[in-house]
Design a protein around this ligand. Structure first.
Ligand code: ARG
Length: 239
């Protein structure tokens, strides 16, 4: 290579690496088994949360790198600095608040009951007593049902597994977050939603307690995305 082109190359590489370094990455943990918030489509992780965090990344000038993992491994991954934040339709519960910080809430949900279409005797949470109820390990639905002493809970690793067992009459009901439940009922035959709803839950982005700066940047970005219409567009796209 001629000397001049070597210098040009050197300068180019320098500029590229400075800009890549300057931008910085945010490693984001999720569990892509929770449509419409995060799920796999043709092998790609997509969904409301994924679009939202990418929009936040743009606002705060950071590249987003998504890491898919088991739901109950997300908070430990955050605590061990394997990821910087978690976005996973995660309810900002009091228990979790003891371990991590949460952004301002970005979505509201409740636990709901999914039933076989022909089920007539379950009309609310009280009617789950004595029944076998599918929940997903570590989800808030798991906690709610585990507190009901007369309910037989059956724990699954992923929500779709519970839905299939319900369709096959292996269990009486599934307790799951409202929007995800609506999504499953829409796309699967023979199941319906029960009218009654559990307590209000708020989804928020989890951030390590050691990173208050990132927390306030993310909160500012959420506020901006709600103001400029991006948030509403995502709601319309996914819900
Ligand atoms: N909102 C529920 C919780 O926080 C369920 C979240 C499940 N999210 C997921 N990406 N798998 O426990």
């Amino acid at each position: 290579m001629k000397k001049v082109s070597k210098i040009v190359m050197g300068v180019l590489i320098f500029i590229l690496s400075v800009s890549a370094f300057g931008k910085g990455k945010i490693y984001v943990g999720t569990n892509a088994e929770f449509p419409p918030f995060e799920y796999l489509q043709d092998g790609k992780i997509v969904g409301f949360d994924i679009d939202l965090i990418n929009a936040i990344g743009k606002e705060i000038n950071k590249d987003i790198v998504i890491k898919d993992m088991a739901f109950d491994g997300l908070i430990p991954a955050l605590q061990m600095n394997k990821v910087d934040i978690v976005i996973a339709g995660m309810t900002a519960s009091e228990d979790r608040k003891a371990a991590v910080n949460f952004s301002s809430p970005y979505y509201e949900a409740n636990q709901v009951i999914i039933l076989n279409e022909n089920n007539k005797d379950i009309k609310g949470f009280k009617d789950l007593n004595g029944k076998i109820v599918g929940v997903v390990l570590g989800f808030t639905g798991d906690l709610v049902i585990s507190e009901m002493k007369d309910v037989n809970s059956k724990k699954y690793n992923a929500s779709y597994g519970a839905i299939m067992e319900l369709q096959n009459n292996k269990i009486d009901a599934v307790v799951l977050d409202s929007q995800t439940a609506i999504n499953y009922v829409k796309h699967n035959k023979g199941i319906k939603l029960c009218d009654s709803k559990g307590d209000l839950e708020e989804y928020a982005i989890a951030i390590s307690k050691n990173n208050p700066k990132l927390l306030s940047e993310i909160n500012k970005a959420i506020e901006e995305l709600k103001k400029n219409g991006t948030y509403d567009k995502l709601i319309e796209k996914y819900m």
